[in-house]
Design a protein around this ligand. Structure first.
Ligand code: GAR
Length: 216
């Protein structure tokens, strides 16, 4: 089996990146983390990646004076030069233009801290508490041109408890993120996650296999 070459794009601390790197240390995992790229030179995750011996790159969006496509072209060149197969967005806080989304259609995935299609955008935990939902969670999806949209690969759910604050809820959701992102990457890299009709993803997973995704 040839392992797929992965680039993880980050903007911050990179805890999801860390979970993906750990999963990919297993030689039977169908993907290897070949590159970590950040749009922020000060992203904490860069040092963390280097500690694991993973090559890193920085493309600072501020160097492009608001020209989104020029920024993305520069990112794309680095991805191509590293012969990347799949791009994984892990807390990459830039809205992507159709340029990069189309270039990587079907080969770019994202994690969002909510049960999509609820709570797209920012401050998802605050809004979940305001709405009084009893279940919250995280979603991994293929990236499409709309923000926090695209065929859903996997979701993980956690309860919302009476005493929750945005921080306590975020911490519970982050636990589920670290579980579902490696699983989603495995499904995509192995070819088990297939997009049907442009909107839905089938994975062939059983109820037993997905049960641990509920408040693991
Ligand atoms: C994660 O909670 C991720 O779901 C979220 O940013 C955090 C990054 O944390 N992403 C988004 O909100 C994207 N819409 P991390 O750097 O520790 O992985």
């Amino acid at each position: 089996m040839s392992r797929k070459k992965i680039a993880i794009l980050i903007s911050g601390r990179g805890s999801n990146m860390g979970a993906l790197i750990s999963a990919a240390m297993d030689p039977s995992f169908p993907a290897e983390i070949s590159l970590v790229l950040s749009n922020r030179p000060d992203a904490k995750g860069l040092q963390r990646a280097q500690d694991f011996g993973i090559p890193t790159a920085v493309v600072d969006h501020k160097d492009f004076g608001g020209d989104r496509e020029a920024f993305e072209k520069s990112v794309d060149e680095i991805l191509k030069a590293n012969k990347i197969d799949i791009v994984v967005l892990a807390g990459f806080m830039r809205i992507l233009s159709p340029y990069l989304v189309n270039a990587w259609a079907g080969r770019m995935i994202n994690i969002h801290p909510a049960l999509l299609p609820s709570f797209k955008g920012l401050a998802t935990h605050e809004r979940a508490l305001e709405e009084g939902v009893k279940l919250h969670g995280a979603t991994v999806h293929f990236v499409s041109a709309e923000m926090d949209d695209g065929p859903i690969i996997i979701q993980g759910a956690v309860p919302v408890l009476d005493h929750d604050t945005p921080d306590s809820l975020a911490a519970r959701v982050l636990g589920v993120e670290h579980k579902i992102y490696p699983k989603a990457l495995e499904l995509v890299a192995s070819g088990k996650a297939k997009v049907k009709g442009g909107t839905k993803v089938t994975t062939g997973d059983t109820a037993e296999a997905t049960a641990p995704l509920i408040w693991p």
